[in-house]
Design a binder for this molecule. Structure first.
Ligand code: ZN
Length: 220
């Protein structure tokens, strides 16, 4: 059974979680920090619905496969079926805005990248996508001016501003729906800003979004 998605006031959105469509290297500073080239077209990948867990649940930080990195990302809950949509039309299909951690087994991913293999083992495992509740989309939202943060044990670790995206939200949805149909209940992760790192053990993670969303979770 798919995870039930909720608005921040606890109401169910009526959109059972589907696939999670993600973009790699959507912030130039983050591409550089991992010594990756800045892409000319978005790098897309999918996490299955089985990778999602509620952000409030404790997060596993210990794996036998090496380090698990946090990547704090703005998450879009999709409310309409979208295929081949224009950038301008795409944003009306967004039902909610939230935050997610795109957890990544970085050592596994590095080994896969070296061999030219797909990333699923590093990105799509069970629990790889802690997902917050969603804020309904405000009427006057400026998709290019949303800010979000991650603090770990009170220390600022990541700061994101959608104005710094290489492919902004409307452009990203247009590009994604050229290849993948988005369905109600799907989630889009929009990429991580710089500041990623290994998840520390027994730490408190606080995530916040300028639309008034705040979420706290613990690692173990
Ligand atoms: Zn990511």
């Amino acid at each position: 059974m798919s995870m039930i998605t909720r608005f921040t006031d606890g109401r169910e959105t009526g959109l059972p979680l589907g696939k999670i469509l993600c973009v790699g290297r959507n912030y130039a500073e983050h591409a550089r920090e991992l010594n990756n080239p800045v892409p000319t077209s978005p790098i897309l990948f999918i996490k299955p619905s089985t990778s999602a867990v509620a952000l409030e649940d404790p997060i596993e930080s210990q794996f036998t496969y090496g380090e698990v990195h946090f990547e704090t990302e703005l998450a879009l809950l999709i409310g309409e079926r979208m295929s081949q949509v224009s950038a301008e039309a795409s944003v009306s299909g967004i039902a909610g805005v939230g935050l997610a951690l795109d957890l990544t087994l970085r050592d596994v991913q590095s080994a896969l990248k070296e061999k030219g293999h797909p990333w699923e083992r590093a990105k799509s495992f069970d629990g790889a996508c802690p997902l917050s509740r969603f804020v309904p989309v405000p009427k006057d939202v400026d998709w290019r001016a949303l800010g979000f943060q991650l603090d770990i044990d009170g220390q600022r670790q990541q700061t994101g501003d959608t104005g710094d995206m290489l492919f902004d939200i409307p452009a990203l949805l247009e590009e994604m729906t050229r290849t993948f149909t988005l369905e109600p209940g799907d989630v889009v992760l929009t990429g991580t800003p710089a500041g990623v790192g290994a998840l520390p053990r027994n730490a408190e993670l606080s995530l916040s979004l300028s639309l008034g969303l705040a979420a706290v979770t613990q690692t173990r």
